[in-house]
Design a binder for this molecule. Structure first.
Ligand SMILES: C[S@@+](CC[C@H](N)C(=O)[O-])C[C@H]1O[C@@H](n2cnc3c(N)ncnc32)[C@H](O)[C@@H]1O
Length: 234
């Protein structure tokens, strides 16, 4: 039976793709890569291109608007689900590729919900990927948690109250989606006396990777969307 595979391709380094992901991608008939802007390159697709065969496989780049406006998002998810379901009905295996892991803040989670509701007969297999968090911790040499420590993962766009609360309660706080509120985060770190406890990691696993540990260096930098921070209790 044709299957939909959600394939986590890791943070952007082809060497950080699992062997299972590589096998599934080589075998799939259709590869669907999400982009938020039609003019943007798909990081996920660039990561796996060397494993694909453009002559045999259909490669679809599908736009998912980067917005919280459900009136724009829901049609885009439904359209992608319908498109995938059409290929599956024709007997084709479809691989939906996603950066990092497909079940960690990924567009695939919305699609999964639509599939379960609208196409419960379609088999779905999820191939986990190495998340940007694991990779950032590795390149920065920062432990994420040890012994009985606890870790919080917060999209910084949830607001500074959530960030402050997590910093007060958890030994490790990972902030994703830092770009739109970067200045506010740096201010909070200064106010809480946490200047020395943060690591900023951008485009981890790519040629544009950047790791900053000094708050002044962070303040002088304009972050990319693909950037995160790990903040450890001193
Ligand atoms: C929608 S979430 C996707 C997370 C992804 N599914 C994962 O497992 O890593 C996007 C956020 O993940 C982080 N991120 C993803 N890829 C990254 C990379 N290569 N370097 C640094 N941060 C990254 C950034 O914080 C970005 O705003």
């Amino acid at each position: 039976m044709a299957t939909v595979f959600a394939v986590g391709v890791g943070p952007g380094d082809p060497e950080l793709l699992t062997r299972k992901a590589e096998r599934v991608l080589r075998q799939a008939d259709v590869i669907l890569a999400p982009v938020s802007n039609p003019s943007d390159a798909s990081v996920a697709l660039d990561t796996v291109r060397e494993f694909l065969n453009a002559e045999r496989q259909e490669i679809i780049i599908h736009q998912f608007p980067m917005t919280s406006d459900k009136t724009r998002l829901i049609p885009a998810w439904q359209e992608a689900a319908d498109l995938i379901a059409g290929r599956v009905a024709a007997g084709k295996d479809v691989a939906f590729i996603t950066i990092g892991d497909p079940l960690l803040y990924s567009t695939f989670i919305y699609l999964l919900r639509i599939f379960r509701a609208s196409y419960p007969q379609i088999a779905i297999e999820i191939v986990p990927g190495i998340s940007s968090i694991n990779t950032a911790a590795a390149v920065a040499g920062v432990p994420l948690a040890e012994a009985d420590e606890r870790i919080a993962i917060i999209p910084a766009t949830a607001g500074m109250e959530a960030v402050i609360d997590a910093l007060a309660r958890y030994e490790t706080v990972v902030l994703l989606k830092v770009k739109p509120v970067f200045r506010d985060i740096l201010e909070v770190l200064g106010q809480m006396g946490r200047e020395r406890s943060a690591v900023f990691v951008e485009r981890v696993g790519s040629a544009r990777q950047k790791v900053l540990t000094d708050l002044d260096d962070m303040a002088a930098h304009t972050p990319d969307y693909l950037s995160l921070m790990i903040i450890r209790r001193n």
